[in-house]
Design a protein around this ligand. Structure first.
Ligand SMILES: [Zn+2]
Length: 450
């Protein structure tokens, strides 16, 4: 058994899931992370703790030493759009004009499988370069985009959840779901047939998972939402992802289209799309009833602070979310979001929390910000104990951070007096240059090629 193990020596950060997130970090200045295969051949954490305490137990296990570096859990991005990689940094007046002028024209290009493959290679590489090892991603409305993204993630061993974007109305023809080639099925029916086929092909295969993906209620007919809900009931361990309550105009539109529902969020519930493993991006303009519905249904929020600031959409209310008790975690929301870097997203979350001032003091804590992008996000996805942490049994996804990556980082982190000061300096000053290496868990057993 020892022969199949590897160990890594550095400062090590991880989180105690039993503690209040803002005070949950566990940090060994001189730590050892021991990694080895579990019963299924996946590389998982076998032991973690102080180097002095663990080294005797693992004599003979090869140790890679990273002096002056920090090992931390790989980041979990709860909401990102694969076909919007080229849309990042597009100027717009708000959500709806941004969709129309920038996003839809680019997403239309994903009808071309070669554009899908080239973009998937870049997208997965960019996630890994930024230290993201688990992502819940939107694909486009073209099945080729889903296939290309899954195939590339499998090759690079990223833990990826994605699905076919469901949209059968209120968008240009090039981004709507298409009818079957032989004309036997209409676009709505075909989108549901395609979703189910993709679940069968990819869900649970290695580290991949499928998400039923209605873009947002205004882009889906009642028949499409109903079909999505039926799939969600039939495949209970498949994820659901969509958007809700991002922007006032969008909310008004959704309310006009579905007047029978109590709220925009309740529309999803009425179609069977609120349950555990259902992840809703934004969740900004909620009332107490919406928050109670999130909690009761087990759905979780993907908080997208850089996107919300960029598009002027609003501020996620951490205090109200904690009071209602529903799960949430951080997400980049590229291309509405402004960076693939979890450091930028954590800093944006700090700004958003700051908007609530002292009321939201706990969510401003550096440990809480970091937790939201790792352990907290994993918990919100239903993957607690699997990813987002470095406790024994977790998949061995980790990053090696170099606090000397830039002159200013080196200078500032050298005079950090506490763990919170160190983490906050990394959050505020950090970007992809901090991430020296990203390691993803490997299956030692061969996964059959697709
Ligand atoms: Zn989004």
């Amino acid at each position: 058994m020892l022969a199949a193990m590897n160990a890594y020596r550095a400062a090590i950060l991880r989180f105690d899931p039993a503690r209040e997130p803002g005070r949950s970090a566990i940090y060994d200045e001189d730590g050892l992370l021991v990694v080895g295969p579990d019963a299924n051949g996946m590389q998982v954490v076998q032991a973690v703790g102080s180097y002095q305490e663990l080294r005797e137990r693992f004599l003979g296990v090869p140790i890679e030493h990273f002096p002056g570096r920090i090992i931390a859990p790989g980041f979990v991005d709860m909401h990102i759009h694969f076909p919007q990689t080229n849309v990042i940094a597009s100027p717009a007046d708000g959500l709806l004009p941004w969709l129309e002028n920038h996003t839809y024209p680019e997403e239309g290009r994903f009808s071309d499988p070669s554009h899908c493959a080239e973009s998937a290679a870049f997208f997965i590489a960019e996630l890994l370069r930024n230290g993201v090892t688990t992502a819940l991603a939107f694909a486009s409305s073209h099945p080729a985009s889903v296939t290309a993204l899954f195939a590339r993630a499998q090759q690079q061993r990223l833990r990826l959840i994605t699905g076919l974007c469901l949209m059968d109305r209120h968008a240009p023809a090039g981004v709507l779901n298409g009818a079957s080639m032989d004309g036997r099925f209409d676009a709505t029916e075909q989108s549901l047939i395609d979703s189910e086929a993709l679940i069968g092909q990819w869900h649970g295969r290695g580290r991949l998972g499928y998400a039923i993906t209605p873009r947002f209620a205004p882009s889906c007919s009642e028949a499409q939402l109903r079909g999505a809900g039926e799939l969600a009931a039939r495949y209970g361990d498949v994820w659901i992802q969509s958007h809700v309550a991002e922007n006032r105009d969008e909310i008004e539109w959704a309310r006009a289209l579905f007047p029978a529902s109590c709220s925009y969020l309740a529309t999803y519930g009425d179609f069977g799309l609120l349950r555990e493993r259902a992840i809703y991006a934004h969740c900004l303009h909620f009332d107490e009833q919406d928050r109670a519905l999130m909690h009761a249904s087990g759905a979780a929020a993907a908080v997208c602070p850089s996107s919300n600031l960029f598009l002027g959409s609003g501020f996620f209310d951490y205090t109200a979310a904690d009071r209602a008790g529903f799960h949430y975690g951080l997400a980049s929301d590229v291309g509405g979001g402004t960076s693939f870097s979890p450091f930028h997203t954590m800093l944006a979350a700090f700004y958003v929390g700051r908007e609530g001032r002292s009321k939201q003091a706990l969510s401003l804590a550096p440990q809480h910000l970091w937790w939201q992008h790792t352990t907290g996000a994993a918990q919100a996805l239903g993957l607690a104990g699997t990813v987002g942490n470095l406790l024994p049994g977790c998949e061995a996804d980790f990053i090696v951070l170099n606090p000397q990556a830039t002159p200013l980082l080196a200078r500032r982190t050298a005079c950090a007096d506490s763990l919170d000061e160190l983490l906050f300096a990394l959050i505020v000053l950090g970007d992809d240059r901090l991430v020296q290496r990203t390691v993803v868990s490997q299956a030692l057993l061969t996964i059959p090629a697709n």
